[in-house]
Design a protein around this ligand. Structure first.
Ligand code: HEC
Ligand SMILES: [Cu+2]
Length: 495
């Protein structure tokens, strides 16, 4: 019995020892696991202090290149201010640094960012900042919460390379974002991104106003429309026309272009596309994976993408959200204007045109396989292209429905703020040659029609001289216009 008891005691001790050993080794394992998951960029040493250059869109600060990691001082002021959303439409924007999107911040992996957020004393509300580039509570939201007339400084280490959204995260968060409180922070990898010729900062956002799209005056934020995700405006860089007309971004044939594209939301994802271009490279979701030869890239609300392409021919490339009504009816449209020599290797342009009649054989320049003897049945009678006015009008009506109606509307009444009217248009009636040129070459930049300004884009119409003449004649002889008859010869002269 005694020995038995002693044995039992030994067994108990052994068990205790075993548990202890197991426990210690388990602990060690856990530490090892943690170490292997630890982002080693957190250990990058910084050398020196530098003040960050901050830029308003569409500009970006100078690339980091080969510079070492530093302590980077970011100084950002929040400003609440009235600005124009569209012609005659005003809105109270809440901004990081006075622009929508807010100032672009450019850092590199290993930088220790010392961030000071200042809330201007004239502002009405407290704000803060949640940077998606931050690993830490709320992306810095709590550490940066500031009341008007206050400032707050916090620090973080940039440990993951990529293009990140930042935004205000003060309740009601949706409203702060809907009023323009978002921007981009770029964390370049060690050694920097590959150099390119041009870089641009473009960010999409959706806006919700009490009045309908185009309704003039100072517009209040509409919470119900925001909840319903039914925006009146979907725009690039905070307003309609921020990248069209005189604001178009520019490049030269042969240059490489990088667009830092972000989506502030608050609600809509963007199907970002550039009409007339293909993205050679897309850094998906603003991360490190690169896709190549992309037509349209999907950028979620609160997400980003870096897009790279070279511009091969002198075109007006059109930046759009390919959810296309947003582009042509809500504002999500911009122009990258490319200047330089035509490049027929990549785009040949129109090489032939003429009437198409299914009844007759098409003369496309290739010699016929079987030669027939063609007999001219009416020798000596001239070939005439003159049509009577009724035919021209009927043809013009058809052409209008096919080519113009979608934008200028069935009765030529246009859409306020987006498409100018053709009915009783003073612009149209004043100058026929100018109107012909609009069709031949397209139109962008600010114009005034019947007292309202438009600053949008009309694509060039690829119609024959006859068709251009017919559609214009139809328009001039309808809806209270001045009755001009436009001839194909007149169109030809303007080519
Ligand atoms: C994709 C939409 C779109 C289509 C299609 C379109 N337009 Fe336009 N048009 C516009 C826009 C936008 C403007 C104003 C451009 C600006 O702001 O610089 C405009 C301007 C004009 C103007 C000068 C302003 C005015 O109101 O008098 C004329 C004339 C015109 N378009 C005629 C036509 C005709 C004719 C067609 C069809 C053959 C046509 N457009 C097709 C969008 C379009
Ligand atoms: Cu805010």
């Amino acid at each position: 019995m005694k020995t038995h008891k002693k044995n039992y005691k030994h067994l108990k001790q052994l068990l205790l020892l075993m548990t202890a050993v197991f426990f210690i080794s388990a602990c060690q394992k856990e530490i090892e696991v943690k170490k292997s998951h630890y982002n080693k960029n957190a250990d990058i040493k910084t050398l020196g202090v530098m003040k960050a250059e901050l830029t308003a869109p569409p500009f970006v600060p100078a690339p980091v290149g080969k510079r070492v990691a530093k302590k980077l001082i970011v100084d950002m002021e929040i400003i609440e201010e009235v600005a124009e959303m569209d012609n005659g439409v005003e809105y109270v924007y809440w901004t990081f640094g006075g622009s929508v999107p807010g100032s672009f911040i450019r850092t590199r992996v290993g930088d220790e960012v010392e961030f000071t957020l200042k809330n201007h004393p004239d502002n009405k509300l407290p704000h803060n900042i949640d940077l998606h580039a931050v690993t830490g509570q709320g992306g810095g939201a709590e550490a940066s919460f500031v009341a008007p007339g206050q400032q707050r400084t916090f620090t973080f280490k940039a440990i993951n390379p990529g293009l990140y959204v930042y935004h205000c995260a003060t309740a009601p968060v949706g409203m702060h974002i809907a009023n323009g409180m978002y921007g981009l922070i770029l964390v370049e990898p060690i050694g920097g991104l590959d150099p390119v010729d041009r870089e641009f900062y473009v960010m999409q956002g959706d806006f919700y106003t009490k009045g309908k799209h185009g309704e003039k005056g100072l517009q209040d934020f509409d919470l119900q429309k925001a909840i319903d995700e039914n925006p009146d405006y979907v725009v690039f860089n905070g307003k309609v026309g921020s990248l069209t007309g005189d604001n178009a971004i520019k490049a030269k044939v042969g240059e490489s272009v990088r667009i830092f594209f972000g989506n502030g939301g608050p609600n809509l994802a963007s199907s970002f596309h550039v009409i007339g271009e293909i993205f050679d490279k897309v850094y998906l979701e603003g991360g490190s994976k690169v896709n190549e030869n992309v037509q349209t890239t999907l950028v979620p609300a609160g997400g980003s993408a870096m897009l790279e392409f070279t511009v091969e021919s002198p075109d007006n490339l059109v930046l759009v959200d390919h959810s296309i009504f947003r582009a042509f009816n809500k504002g999500a449209l911009g122009i990258l204007s490319v200047e330089g020599e035509e490049n027929e290797k990549v785009f040949g342009g129109v090489i032939a045109e003429g009437p198409y009649n299914p009844e007759t054989k098409i003369d496309d320049g290739t010699p016929p396989i079987e030669t027939e003897v063609v007999v001219d049945e009416n020798p000596g009678e001239p070939v005439t292209t003159t049509q009577n006015i009724d035919e021209v009008m009927a043809k013009g009506k058809k052409l209008y429905a096919q080519n113009c109606l979608a934008c200028h509307q069935p009765e030529g009444q246009g859409i306020a703020g987006a498409f100018p009217p053709l009915a009783k248009s003073d612009y149209l009636n004043k100058d026929t040659d100018r109107a012909i040129n609009v069709l031949l070459n397209g139109l962008n930049g600010e114009i005034t029609v019947n007292g309202d300004t438009y600053n949008s884009v009309m694509p060039a119409q690829r119609l024959s001289d006859e068709d251009n003449a017919a559609v214009l004649t139809y328009i001039y002889n309808n809806w209270g216009n001045n009755g001009t008859v436009v001839t194909p010869e007149q169109v030809k002269k303007q080519r």
